[in-house]
Design a protein around this ligand. Sequence first.
Ligand code: GLC
Length: 566
Amino acid sequence: MAMPSFRLLPWWKTTTVYQVYPRSFKDSTGDGIGDIPGIISKLDYLQDLGVGTIWFSPFFSSPQRDYGYDVSDYRSIAPEYGSMSDCEKLIQEIHNRCMYVVFDMVLNHTSNQHPWFLQSRSNRDNPRRNWYIWRDGQKPEGKKPPNNWKSIVGGSGWHYDEQTDQWYWAQFLPFQPDLNYRNPEVKEEMFDTIRFWLDKGVDGFRLDIINTIFEDENLRNNPFTLKLLPSEEFDKSYFQNKMYTINHPDNFTFVKELRCVMDEYSDPERFLVGEVAASLETLKKYCGEGRNGLKTEGLHLTFLFQSLNTNLDADTFRNLLSRYEQYFTEPHIPTWVFSNHDQTRRITKLGNDVNKAKLNATLQLTARGVPFIYYGEEIGMLNHRFSLKTAKDPIALKYSRLPGFLVNLLTRSGSILLNRDECRTPMQWNSSLNAGFCSKESEPWLAVEPRYETINVESEESDPDSLLQCYKSLLRLRRQIPALNSGSMRLIDLSTHKKSLLSFERRYDRQAVQIWLNFSNRRVQIDEVQEKAELIFSTLRESTPLSSSGIQLEAFQGIVLETHHE
Ligand code: GLC
């Protein structure tokens, strides 16, 4: 007898991930900074929302110059966020609710205040010297950087250190020196750090700029390119083709080794998601080929940032879906990400339009792949404009020194966010002063976005038409319907006059659902609907009924139909 060819996918392929930026989620102490006990007090909200996994931006010890992405001790918790026992309680409380927990691992660099770096920079003979990347400057005096390499944020990535008359390498900001993974001690230490957290029950890691782990050992200069603004793939920018500093082939081997560490753990299986801005081809190299056709051997997932700046139109998404399906068929799986702590919030890119945000969410939560939701995205939190000069974000401060015309040039495309404070404002829980993020007497670390009086969890909980209710319904469907969380995907061909429509089918065994999305600002008639189809979701509460002559979709409406197959 033939074995059934359908099986439910592992948990990390069917889950939905919710990103918490700990500093901005919920303050429990009155210092205006979010913290772990605050997060614990909101876990019921996240469970009720219906997400399966929570990813936390780092809360390890850190001088907080890049708000946690500059770690000074990977095995302790920054006191403003809580204690180790708060952290253990957090993991436990998440598991008690049958959810999973993902930590953010910054492997590429540490803070320059990390004791390793302080030792490393102290003198050339220090045993930790080779934990970072130190080189002599160019001859004759050595007062010029070792080569032409630029950091990913612009400017040379080499920084001169007078004390030992050498230069250290930093892919990101000068206070974030790169670790040297060509030194086996470093690799061993960081793999043990991963094990330390896995032993505590962490279910996965988001890997910060994992495509910058290795650089060319011979320090060959990067070639010139005409490109100023970062390309979608981030490997060409600021007039440099970063072939020797980004996506170095040794990275692909490194992630396989990391995968072996993860595979030491089972029940549940643990997973890695890499932050890599690259072409689909390169991204796939980070995942590796499927072993025995069943498992990949590198990263389980990589963010596919291709969706970040997509226009809300049918053609663009049709192309994107088919490219994802071409590159990420089983055992690979795409990810769907539209916002995060470095990006302009998606709804702001959509003109702060809630109907468009609902349509976008329908696509994100029904297409094949693992969706990542950024805190506040589910209630439609907007970007908040702040001036560059008074920013907290170190990137914004760096750019605030640039002449105005250059800032305008960089931001004009809308795809680069120079001041990341704009998308990191406190979570809006209710309409009281400070939006329920911290007490009314406290001053939040970043100002609350002014529209919090209407855009907040409490008001949207009681409004059946809200964006929050739309997310909840979609997440419920995603959990309950195997076709949506584990099924195959097929784009449905539509006649050419329906250019503004996108439709696809998800199928699992005999169960099929169809998703219909109207990307235009006009009503569209669909005739191609099966007679026995059943409407199981709509972004609009008042939807026209299904009839034998089809269904009409209003402007920017999205629906999900359950269809029947014999
Ligand atoms: C990643 C993080 C970003 C951080 C940077 C340096 O891009 O998402 O927030 O500033 O890496 O760690």
